[in-house]
Design a protein around this ligand. Structure first.
Ligand SMILES: [Zn+2]
Length: 203
């Protein structure tokens, strides 16, 4: 008996193991020291390694629906454990929260969330609700509205992450830098949050 799903990628893996043998051996011997914690959406089109040209060992990654970080007081053990490991143990110098347009989570938050049918999704997305409320008052077209909620959600999650005491400590000690990004999927562009101008700039 074979695992057909695993089997179909065997040639790609063999090539990868051969070409990266030296790096993989080094990482196995010395352990990891990633440059960043990347928090992104679970969406299959968001590929942090591809977007950043990252190799094994470069990125510590947390992905969930709509790149959410619950406030510390309401966090789940999984999220807190990743943050503790990245910030306290690995001491990553950069922490990135990356949203993306055409995000199903954000669309669900803004249109058709059914608490009875999808209680997990409903409860999780409440951590992004403030972003939607901020945009609600603005009279925007569908696309602009979606883009604005995606962007505001990144800013909201940047706020949430600063409620974790060990994150604050690392920021105050200048050993951690926060980044808020948006991947504009259809335009194939990346944007970053400029806190001084309170807006996203295309890079
Ligand atoms: Zn998404």
């Amino acid at each position: 008996m074979t695992d057909s799903f695993l089997k179909k990628s065997a040639p790609i893996r063999a090539d990868f193991f051969e070409k990266q043998a030296e790096l993989l051996e080094k990482l196995a011997q010395e352990g990891q020291s990633p440059e960043a914690l990347f928090i992104g959406c679970s969406d299959s089109r968001v590929s942090p390694e591809r977007l950043l040209g990252a190799n094994p060992g470069d990125l510590f990654v947390l992905r969930n629906i709509a790149n959410v970080v619950p406030p510390y007081a309401h966090s789940d053990a999984g999220t807190t454990a990743v943050l503790e490991y990245a910030v306290c143990h690995l001491q990553v110098p950069h922490l990135i929260i990356c949203g993306h347009t055409d995000c199903g989570g954000i669309k669900a938050l803004d249109t058709r969330l059914n608490v009875e049918a999808e209680p997990g999704l409903f409860n999780w997305l409440q951590f992004a609700r403030p972003a939607q409320r901020q945009v609600e008052a603005e009279n925007l077209g569908d696309w602009e509205r979606h883009r604005a909620i995606v962007e505001r959600n990144v800013v909201q999650q940047l706020r949430h992450i600063q409620t974790y005491p060990f994150v604050l400590e690392a920021l105050e000690a200048n050993r951690l830098e926060l980044h808020g990004w948006v991947y504009y999927l259809r335009r194939r562009l990346m944007g970053y949050y400029d806190p001084v101008r309170d807006r996203f700039e295309i890079h």
